[in-house]
Design a binder for this molecule. Structure first.
Ligand SMILES: [Zn+2]
Length: 341
């Protein structure tokens, strides 16, 4: 199988986690200061996880280092445009790019409005360059900030719908505020007609998946793989047709799975859960979407038909309108029909 050219939908991709190390190097050189003289190797070491620094705390350190490279609107425009270019190289037809103005502002000083407008501008420029890619934006509620800040994220998402924002996510350190604190904000997400996905069942157990689905009304779960630990939660996912955004390499590095071999992906598929394949933070995990496909094909034996199915699940759950969903479904169906010949 030529996995690179398989048509793909990519639901779970963080803007900062998608930045090329060469771009981080460039931006730090231009900015001056303590990181201006790092070599590409040194930057790559600070950005990428290795088996020696693979705790969640290490991951957050890397994320903070990456965030420090962007301090102008033009940086965000470039990063978003390049993310669309990299998606094109991965055979991606549909992508969702997620980010939080609350992550960006403290390091860059860029207001939420400036950050969202810049990311949207970069995405539009990327789509003009690669017209076979459709990209939408998802704003993240920073789980470390509590309910009031969450309402900001919902307001911004609603305000910037015309620039391609279609959904809201909850992400960040899950130990500061429990997901249940975001119930009111998530109700507002739904009232606004925006999509809702929530990071859960990754660093914390299956009960967080239940809260995300039952109390917050999420139709999609970022990761969610630990649902496998509780049959009742698995049944809930089946009953509500919830889609999981699975990122295998990320799960291995953050310890969400005890090992690659024990990753729940095959068990989730066997149970009939709607799973999708994602890269999460390709820059940090030294991966691409194509590498993730190679990994699950070689480790768990996923076939062309499995990839067709996971991509159709992704399109079914994509945060787009029905007309766009129909077009994307057709693009995926036609792509796989050509591959099968
Ligand atoms: Zn994520």
């Amino acid at each position: 199988m030529d996995l690179a050219s398989l048509p793909k939908a990519h639901l779970h991709l963080h803007l900062e986690g998608a930045i090329r190390p060469t771009t981080i190097l460039d931006l730090y050189r231009r900015k001056g200061g303590e990181y201006a003289h790092l070599t590409l190797d040194e930057v790559t070491r600070r950005v990428q996880m290795t088996p020696d620094d693979s705790s969640f705390a290490d991951f957050i350190d890397k994320f903070q280092f990456i965030l420090g490279c962007q301090d102008e609107s033009a940086d965000l425009v470039r990063i978003a445009r390049e993310a669309v270019g990299d998606a094109h190289a991965d055979g991606v037809r549909y992508m969702e790019l997620r980010f939080s103005p609350h992550f960006i502002e403290p390091r860059s000083g860029l207001s939420a409005d400036a950050a969202i407008e810049a990311v949207a501008e970069g995405t539009v420029a990327g789509m003009a360059e690669y017209p076979d890619v459709v990209a939408t934006l998802t704003l993240i509620i920073d789980q470390r900030r509590g309910a009031a800040a969450a309402e900001d994220a919902v307001r911004w998402a609603a305000r910037y719908r015309a620039l391609g924002v279609t959904a809201v996510d909850i992400a960040g350190d899950p130990t500061v505020y429990p997901l249940s604190d975001y119930q009111a904000a998530c109700a507002h997400v739904r009232d606004e007609g925006l999509g809702l996905t929530v990071h859960a069942g990754e660093l914390q157990g299956p009960e967080t998946v239940r809260v995300a689905v039952e109390d917050l009304g999420a139709t999609r779960i970022g990761h969610g793989i630990r649902a496998v630990e509780d049959r009742a939660v698995l049944d809930l996912l089946l009953e509500r047709e919830v889609t999981l955004e699975v990122s295998v390499t990320s799960n291995v590095y953050t310890g969400a799975t005890p090992s690659l071999e024990l990753h729940p992906l095959p068990r989730l598929m066997e149970a009939g859960v709607r799973v999708t394949i994602n890269s999460d933070d390709p820059g940090i995990f030294d991966t691409t979407l194509t590498k993730e496909y190679e990994l699950v094909a070689s480790t768990f034996g996923l076939t062309l038909d499995d990839f067709r199915q996971t991509n159709l699940h992704a399109i079914d759950a994509a945060f787009v309108d029905d007309a766009q969903r129909g077009e994307l479904r057709l693009a995926i169906e036609q792509g796989y029909a050509r591959m099968a010949v």
